[in-house]
Ligand binder design. Structure first.
Ligand SMILES: [Zn+2]
Length: 556
């Protein structure tokens, strides 16, 4: 990729008599009709467009050259003679039409309407039909980067591309070939472009300037949090970014985590609960007191589930208070507090302070120590609904983990309403989904017989331009739910983990396996994806087989 400032335009070369008009056109438009946008001259466009104060009157043309009082205009269609006359009258010039591809017109149109100094999440619109375009992420980013005239505009252009493509993180990695730019989309990193080596270092420095980092220091890691504005349609929205740098071989690597301030949480129904799990979950939330634990590793979506739930609970009639480390999103109608260890605001201290503030619903970001665990469990037994998280692999493991941290097992068993474990699975891309005949090994992995399923509802994405040929678009939670009943309370109080596992194997609880079967048999996701995201034990553990009705729905 070359930058516009380093190239002499073909128009300039024509004016300097370095090339003839025919040679100039051949340089600008190849035999396939593709226009080399880097070689166009901005002044030709500006002079031409100046004659058309309302560009909506213009046919889809790209001003290529102005030579001897004649505009050479690229167009992918034949223009009627009255339109040519209209262009001639307005410009007082002759008009010659050069055939080009419609793709070239669209690319040129996008660069004309781009302001690289702003961050925007607006989708790319096809100017010919007004529809949203499936963007070739690499091509669009490179065209846009070619328009950016300074390093900060380049960084903003890269951030805009990430927002448009639903990316959660941007990786900027020094390599001998240049600065590799990758986006994390639906949990997976994708190569987007490579900045040339001569500007790699300067782009990282520009990012450090934007983030108020020490630009003189490149031997130790730095991190910063910055706020920016970006536009989406008519709205100007806040965007928080967590930027971190890491000295590595070849320079400094930077990672930008994007946290748009627009409330990203939908409602509980859209999180991915199966209908039966949802009704159990909502029953817990109606209880006046008790504890609900959310488990899962970083990136499992448990924070989204927790925040969506809090948002649903926060009505006029209740006082909802949180203690978090850190506060990631600001939610309406909720009092959110943040841990600050140095100031003495620990989880335990925060929780004690909250209990003096007449709370109804309390969210404790994480239980890590015995004091927090003890206080949270007691709060859950004295008229408060307590929501919290623990780092465990599945729902069942939360029980020994909580007992290890320390509260009295009798209190834990009394306080617990239930445990949620989850993972995010990519959904089959709606644009390229096709029916998929389940293979014998796929059925075996889920522990299903062919007679139990309706193979017509299975789907798989073929891969298309909109999903980066992955066959997946968007994600949804696969949720395991452990509803604490009286028998389980007894086992938690005085039994062993072996007894607990045996009990669960005998009853049919809403396990990962059951949730995965429901998602795969209804065509939401695939067996491959389930295997990628679920803990390995989830599909292997011996469980009573679920039965599936012929319509693909699970029957208990
Ligand atoms: Zn697709």
């Amino acid at each position: 990729m070359q930058t516009s400032s380093t190239i002499t335009s073909v128009w300039q070369r024509l004016r300097n008599r370095e090339v003839t008009c025919e040679e100039a056109l051949a340089l600008l438009v190849n035999p396939q009709g593709n226009v080399n946008l880097y070689l166009l001259d901005r002044e030709v466009s500006q002079r031409f467009l100046r004659e058309f104060p309302d560009p909506r009157n213009l046919p889809p043309v790209v001003p290529l050259l102005l030579w001897r009082n004649c505009y050479y205009l690229g167009c992918h269609q034949t223009l009627p003679s009255e339109q040519i006359q209209f262009l001639t009258d307005r410009t007082f010039s002759d008009i010659k039409i050069v055939p080009i591809s419609s793709q070239s017109f669209r690319s040129w149109f996008h660069t004309q309407n781009l302001d690289p100094t702003r961050i925007t999440a607006d989708p790319i619109v096809n100017p010919l039909n007004g529809e949203h375009e499936a963007e070739d992420i690499t091509q669009v980013t490179e065209i846009y980067l070619s328009k950016a005239e300074d390093q900060i505009s380049r960084i903003r252009t890269i951030i805009s591309g990430a927002l448009r493509n639903r990316a959660s993180d941007i990786h900027l990695e020094p390599t001998p070939e240049g600065l590799r730019v990758r986006y994390r989309i639906d949990g997976i990193l994708r190569d987007v472009t490579m900045l040339p080596p001569e500007i790699s270092r300067r782009a990282i420095v520009a990012l450090k300037v934007m983030s108020n980092m020490d630009i003189g220091e490149s031997r130790r890691p730095q991190d910063a949090r910055i706020g920016e504005q970006y536009t989406a349609g008519q709205d100007s929205l806040g965007l928080d970014m967590r930027v971190s740098t890491l000295p590595c071989v070849g320079g400094e690597k930077a990672v930008i985590r994007l946290l748009p301030r627009r409330n990203p949480f939908s409602n509980i129904e859209q999180l991915g609960f199966t209908p039966q799990a949802l009704s159990i979950y909502q029953h817990w939330l109606k209880q006046p007191q008790g504890m609900v634990i959310f488990t899962g590793p970083t990136g499992s979506g448990k924070t989204s589930t927790l925040y969506t739930t809090l948002q649903d609970l926060a009505t006029e009639h209740v006082n909802v208070v949180t203690v978090e480390d850190p506060v990631e999103y600001i939610l309406p109608r909720i009092t959110q507090t943040q841990v600050h260890e140095l100031a003495g605001m620990t989880f335990a201290a925060g929780l004690r302070a909250i209990l003096r503030q007449d709370p109804d619903i309390i969210m404790v970001g994480e239980i890590r120590d015995s004091e927090t665990a003890e206080t949270a469990v007691r709060a859950a037994l004295t008229g408060h609904l307590v929501l919290t998280t623990l780092h465990t692999n599945d729902a069942v493991s939360a029980i020994p983990r909580l007992k290890d941290i320390g509260p009295d097992p009798g209190l834990v068993s009394d306080a617990l309403l239930g445990i949620v474990a989850q993972r995010l699975a990519r959904k089959v891309c709606p644009h390229c989904a096709a029916p998929h005949e389940p293979s014998a090994s796929e059925l075996a992995l889920l522990g299903l017989e062919r007679s139990q399923i309706n193979p017509e509802s299975w789907r798989k994405g073929k891969g298309c331009g909109r999903c980066f040929n992955s066959g997946y678009m968007g994600r949804e939670a696969i949720i395991e739910l452990l509803n604490i009943d009286d028998a389980m309370r007894q086992i938690i109080y005085e039994g062993t983990m072996t007894q607990l596992h045996r009990y669960l194997a005998e009853t049919s609880f809403d396990s990962f396996r059951r949730a995965a079967i429901e998602k795969v048999t209804s065509g939401v996701t695939t067996v491959e994806e389930v295997l990628r995201v679920l803990p390995h034990s989830a599909l292997n553990r011996h469980q009573k087989k679920a039965t599936v009705a012929t319509n693909g729905a699970l029957v208990r």
